[in-house]
Design a protein around this ligand. Structure first.
Ligand code: NAD
Length: 288
């Protein structure tokens, strides 16, 4: 079995920076790639001083100052995919959720990475089989789906594409455990497990709100107190980002034909108005 020592992360945004930090804290050497020096700087500052970054971990007593510095020093950055993947055993792609952008990255990575390297995608909804198809190693292409924020969330969905080998699935599954995560394995199906199920009650909550049945706060209260949800469905929508949620719903509706995934018109209006949830300060609730 391939031993994973060096990891390359392509896309150093919200997820890429969190995933890089998780690997670095577990002792792996990580090279992160993004399209510009500015993007790399932003990613590094998320790792160091972001809301779930190393500095916060020190403040909360989870890491010593020295452990944090050591973890940070394991992460290097570059704008060159070729340079990053040349000596990597595992490449994790975390660029925009766009099939064509991802396929281009997979072609470049496949051409430059060692032949036995595993190529993983952090996609939330796109087909692992469709990404594997542009490479010469479809048996080594797999989904490794972390949840946001990767530093906190325990779940990793390990997604087996149509041609992914059992060995590749096993390497990634046991690697997730080494990172302190809890892996679940599933086939390449739209939305995998968690988004396929989790998006439905959120969309239903939006429809209830849209039709004036209750206020956003009361809808959230009902699910927190009645179903013991840690967050109400509309708070959760704001946390995910309404644009991200809309993208997921559109893909699931297109792929499954199930009307329950049809995005409510209000969700589209909010996104068009720039109300994207927590990150823009306003979604179903107001944050500043
Ligand atoms: N945000 C979430 O809640 C979440 C959760 C789980 C999975 N995901 C998935 O993770 C992936 C990344 O999402 P995100 O929220 O981190 O997005 P993001 O926009 O924060 O980060 C994406 C990064 O990729 C970079 N990038 C784009 N094209 C590139 C290229 N060709 N080469 C190198 N870098 C490139 C961008 O500059 C950006 O920094 C998506 O597939 C998304 O579906 C997101």
């Amino acid at each position: 079995m391939v031993e994973i020592r060096r990891v390359a992360i392509i896309g150093f945004g919200t997820m890429g920076s969190g995933i890089a930090q998780v690997f670095a804290q577990a002792g792996f050497k990580v090279v992160a790639v993004d399209v510009s020096e500015d993007a790399l700087k932003r990613g590094l500052s998320l790792v160091w001083e972001g809301p779930y970054g190393l500095k916060k971990a020190v403040e909360k007593g989870r890491l010593t100052e020295e452990q944090a510095r050591e973890a940070f020093s394991r992460i290097s950055v570059t704008t060159s995919i070729q340079e990053a993947v040349r000596e990597s055993d595992l490449v994790i792609e975390a660029v925009f959720e766009d099939l064509e952008v991802k396929r281009k990255v997979f072609r470049e990575v496949d051409a430059a990475a060692p032949p036995n390297a595993i190529l993983a995608s952090n996609t939330s909804t796109l087909s692992i089989t469709a990404l594997a198809a542009v490479t010469k190693r479809p048996d080594k292409v797999v989904g490794m789906h972390f949840f946001n924020p990767p530093q906190v969330m325990k779940l990793v969905e390990v997604v087996k594409g149509f041609l992914t080998s059992d060995e590749t699935v096993e390497v990634v599954r046991s690697l997730a455990e080494r990172l302190g995560k809890v892996p679940v394995v599933c086939k390449d199906s739209p939305g995998f497990i968690a988004n396929r199920i989790g998006v439905l009650p959120i969309l239903e909550a939006i429809r209830l709100y849209e039709s004036g049945v209750a206020t956003a706060s009361d809808i959230d209260q009902a699910m927190k107190l009645g179903y013991n949800w840690p967050m109400g469905p509309l708070e959760l929508a704001d946390f995910i980002g309404l644009d991200v949620l809309l993208g997921i719903a559109e893909i699931l509706y297109r792929e499954t034909g199930n009307q329950a995934y049809h995005p409510p018109p209000l969700l589209r209006r909010l996104v068009a108005a720039g109300y994207l949830g927590r990150k823009s300060g306003r979604g179903f609730h107001v944050y500043r």
